[in-house]
Unconditional design. Structure first.
Length: 404
């Protein structure tokens, strides 16, 4: 007899909670917490901001790994993919904690970023679609909020650990937390493909194509796929050029490191709120419209953080969080709306491949601009122009009768 707490009506909530934690330790700790380590690494090894930012550009590994991870996930299931991905993230943190050379920073970055796709959005969209068909968008929003919930606490905690015990101990602590989540994944995550969801699957999908489950090759032949890929790729410059440089930017504006970390926490709080709201709205409003709206918030936020005013910096960080946070939800929801769940992981994986472009260019470009002008203003303004093109691209993210 199975233990009652593992029955289907309970298991789906364990799956949601574990996925929340997986997103938090993989995306949140890898991307956001690293900002607390930039200055300590400069002081310890004498590395330039550009050299350190190259390690962030190695996030390209996520883009190259995503298509393969998506295809493998469709074959082996979410639990095996998530646990193996989190193991890579754990190893990456441990290598960082013991590194002494620049190449070791780069090697650890590759491991960390290769692990991210298989631990986050690729299994997340599929799991929430299977276990929560009626509130798919809301649950994607809740679980993806693990990313920004982590950003709220990860930078202050990492800063505290660095100041109290050193940056090496802080990296080992992050790796240990990731390992614990990996054990939870092994215990709770299941696709349960044989479970009958037919009665639960009568959700309101009037605005979507969820009943049309596209094959991978069919999705590639639609205009919507390429418009979506273009819009998502250009939007990522806001994250790889602006968000990851927010703490160093605030410090360059005369803000203390502690207050700058608090500003990033405000970013994280509003990102969580944005994920919950956008997830809820996506169950009734087509996600392509929501994508355009949240990018407008990002553009306003960028303008505010460029103004040398203490209170506007807080407002800008908050608006950036509200705009960027929703992207982690709306990417999976718009993909399921357009192409269904059958090949979701494979399709969403290939959509993430061109994101390699902003991952490579964004951090290096912003680092070069700062090293030459001691300011990020030029880089941030160029990002706003790219966001305008992204808004235009999302106009074409729809399946017409001829395409379908």
């Amino acid at each position: 007899m199975s233990i009652s707490i593992f029955k289907y009506e309970y298991r789906r909530w364990y799956i949601a909670a574990t996925t929340f934690l997986s997103v938090g330790v993989s995306i949140g700790l890898v991307q956001y917490a690293f900002q607390a380590f930039v200055i300590p690494l400069e002081e310890e090894f004498g590395w330039t901001r550009t050299q350190i930012n190259i390690s962030i550009s190695l996030g390209i590994a996520s883009s190259f790994a995503a298509p393969f991870a998506g295809r493998i996930l469709d074959r082996i299931g979410s639990m095996k993919m998530m646990s193996s991905s989190l193991l890579l993230v754990t190893l990456g943190f441990f290598i960082r904690g013991s590194m002494n050379e620049l190449w070791q920073l780069y090697l650890s970055s590759i491991l960390l970023y290769v692990g991210i796709p298989g631990a986050t959005q690729l299994p997340l969209g599929k799991l929430m679609g299977l276990w929560f068909p009626k509130i798919r968008g809301r649950m994607i929003g809740v679980t993806m909020a693990g990313n920004n919930a982590s950003s709220v606490v990860s930078v202050p905690i990492a800063t505290f650990l660095i100041l109290s015990s050193g940056w090496r101990f802080a990296f080992f602590a992050l790796g240990s937390a990731t390992f614990v989540v990996m054990l939870l994944v092994i215990l709770f995550i299941r696709d349960d493909k044989d479970h009958n969801f037919s009665e639960k699957n009568k959700s309101n999908d009037k605005q979507t194509n969820i009943n049309k489950n596209y094959e991978f090759s069919e999705a590639l032949r639609t205009y919507a796929f390429w418009a979506l890929a273009t819009g998502l790729t250009l939007q990522q410059f806001a994250r790889t050029t602006v968000v990851i440089q927010m703490v160093p930017h605030f410090v360059s504006q005369g803000i203390s490191a502690a207050v700058a970390s608090s500003m990033l926490s405000a970013f994280g709080i509003f990102a969580v709120i944005s994920k919950l709201i956008s997830g809820w709205l996506s169950d009734t409003i087509p996600s392509r419209y929501l994508l355009q709206i949240v990018i407008v918030f990002q553009m306003i936020g960028i303008q505010l953080i460029l103004i040398d005013n203490y209170f506007l910096l807080w407002a800008g960080a908050s608006l950036m969080g509200f705009g960027v946070g929703a992207m982690g939800v709306l990417g999976p929801t718009v993909t399921t709306e357009l192409f269904g769940l059958k090949r979701y992981s494979s399709i969403f994986g290939i959509l993430n491949t061109p994101v390699a472009i902003p991952i490579i260019i964004g951090p290096i470009f912003s680092g070069i601009i700062f090293d030459n002008y001691n300011s990020y203003k030029i880089a941030f303004n160029i990002v706003e122009l790219l966001l305008l093109i992204s808004i235009f691209s999302f106009t074409f993210v729809r399946i017409t009768k001829n395409q379908g």
